[in-house]
Design a protein. Sequence first.
Length: 327
Amino acid sequence: MVPVILKPLDVRIPKWDIGRLNPRNCPFCKTANNTVLKRPDQLPVAFCNTCGCCYLNSLPHLSDIIKLYDGYYHTHRPTDLSEKAVLRMIENARKASKTNWQLQTLLKLNTGSGQMRILDVGCGFGRFLLAARSTGANVIGCDLSPEACKFANRKLDITVHQSELHLCSSSIDSVDAVVMNDFIEHPANPLIEIQAAISILKPGGLLFIHTPNGGEAGTTIETAIKWVGFRVDLEHLQYLSPHTVNWLSQKYGLRIERLETSGFPGLSGIDTQRKPGASSTTREIAKKIPGISKLAKILRIVKTEITGGKRDLRLGSYHLFTILRKL
């Protein structure tokens, strides 16, 4: 049976060298599974009945993956890093420290004494760490992106190691919580990163995982081809499900404190290429037009009325959110 090839949705399709793909078994339980469909980037997806994850059963060459992350925030996810953007980020972090329900859940579940110490793996520019620091936590991060690490270290005064966790964990003191926020879907060997996270957690420490919910793909080709997760963010290499979380908890003796779904896929503008700073530039130009801010506010109110109000992220199911405790 020839696998179904999904149609493109995300304009950001990585240019993998299809002639240099490397086959792999399930990245969690190591079971071999057959291809059931191909993503728009031509990479094959398999379902694992043993641990419940979906994954690429052939990976791009390591050099292709490294190349993608080398310029990740310049070409793949262009990001405004101006001084004004830094000020906005800091202000948004202060607000998020009080309103981010996932961060608040993590803080409430912490049973450690003294100042909470949090490590964010794949922290990007450090937004979550900024919010956590605003609550009084001691924070540290690691990420592969050179520009992200440089930004966090210099602009935000947050220590971020440019490294995979399993390569730098020996130089990091034990922590109360390890955060993997939109991370575990990225590494070629996610299990070794989870093992490293558990190794540096204090007894009773918390492993926080937020990731696309592969459980939404279901267990049949009919349901899988309808899930938008296989058509966007094509740097993702595996997709966890609630079954996978349960499998991991049993394998490593972790207690599931929270396991829920939330959120919706971010599809706005995903079919158009955005340049770094474009939104910022547009905003600055718009400010010079008399009455534009008032008009924009009115339009937002009208849009909210038409759509019935903002969507409650807690009601969505696109993302999987879990907190596991080390016993």
